[in-house]
Design a protein around this ligand. Structure first.
Ligand SMILES: [Zn+2]
Length: 302
């Protein structure tokens, strides 16, 4: 009898799950994740980019369109949870591989916003999939308030690309970070367009911010402050390992292929990118921090 009851209960449970699962998947589009009340991420793990959106009673705020294909999926994700108008599309920074697809949201009536450094670069370096933002902002901080939801835009100075913006939802204690933190993965290939010294400083600035959840544009979408610290420590550990080889008298150009950091061997792309990462840090130590731009460079008009 008790055996039958247990069997019946199992059958019931399976039936319930079967009934519920189509409802769950029908209510939220593929690759969409609810992070907090009214806050969602969207990202196709195969394509490797994650965006974030916030739904309010006065419309939707979208962060990071990536490209038209991604933006269309992102719009579908938004429409699977809200019919509110898209009010703002916000860019994290200038690079083509993040800043495409804006037209998808412009067509929905969104105002596209980027930091002035990113805006000016986009103006000077057009791309067929990149819409020039409608507005730019300057300084270190901008706050957008929509139906009582506060979103802070933080510009932390030079680190990667131009106009890099870290987004923070103070009430939800959540941040969105593009490119400058990728959890448990090595630095991106040859570490392009990163000023290592200012990057480390920026990561410390982020670590000092008040938040508990971090959303990342690449890799595992959701993490915490631990991931920011681990990324910073990886850069510092790799630099220290290079210095150790220098002190041993290892020929400098042999160091990138010799250096090993077993502590991080479980991280993604460890075998593939470690020597490329080491080359970049070695050259940075040899030549001094780069890239760097004097303040007046931003005032040059062509
Ligand atoms: Zn970038």
């Amino acid at each position: 009898m008790s055996h039958l009851n247990a069997y019946s209960r199992s059958v019931m449970l399976i039936f319930c799950l079967l009934l519920m699962s189509p409802l769950v998947s029908a209510s939220m589009a593929e690759h969409t994740q609810k992070l907090a009340e009214h806050v969602y991420s969207y990202g196709d793990p195969a394509a490797g980019y994650t965006s974030m959106f916030i739904v309010t009673a006065d419309g939707v705020i979208v962060i990071e369109p990536v490209n038209s294909k991604h933006a269309k999926g992102l719009l579908k994700a938004i429409r699977s949870v809200s019919q509110q108008p898209i009010r703002y599309l916000l860019h994290s920074h200038n690079h083509w591989d993040h800043a495409g697809g804006g037209q998808v949201f412009r067509d929905e009536g969104a105002t596209i916003i980027a930091h002035v450094e990113a805006y000016e670069w986009m103006q000077a370096n057009p791309h067929k999939d990149m819409a020039l933002p409608d507005e730019s902002w300057s300084g270190n901080k901008k706050t957008i308030v929509l139906a009582g939801t506060r979103l802070e835009l933080h510009y932390l100075g030079m680190n990667h690309g131009l106009g890099m913006t870290v987004f923070r939802l103070p009430k939800q204690k959540m941040v969105y970070i593009a490119d400058i933190v990728t959890p448990e993965r090595l630095l991106f290939t040859i570490v392009p367009d990163f000023n290592i010294k200012q990057w480390i400083r920026s990561l410390k600035d982020i670590e000092a911010m008040d938040f508990t959840t971090a959303i990342f544009s690449h890799g595992r979408a959701v993490g915490s402050k631990k991931d920011i610290r681990a990324n910073r420590e990886f850069i510092e550990d790799l630099r220290a390992a290079i210095h150790t080889e220098f002190k041993k008298g290892t020929p400098p150009f042999s160091i990138p292929d010799l250096v090993r950091l077993p502590k991080y061997q479980h991280w993604a792309m460890y075998d593939e990118w470690l020597s490329m990462n080491a080359w970049r840090l070695l050259l940075d130590d040899h030549m001094g921090p780069f890239p760097w731009r004097p303040a007046h460079a931003y005032e040059m008009k062509h």
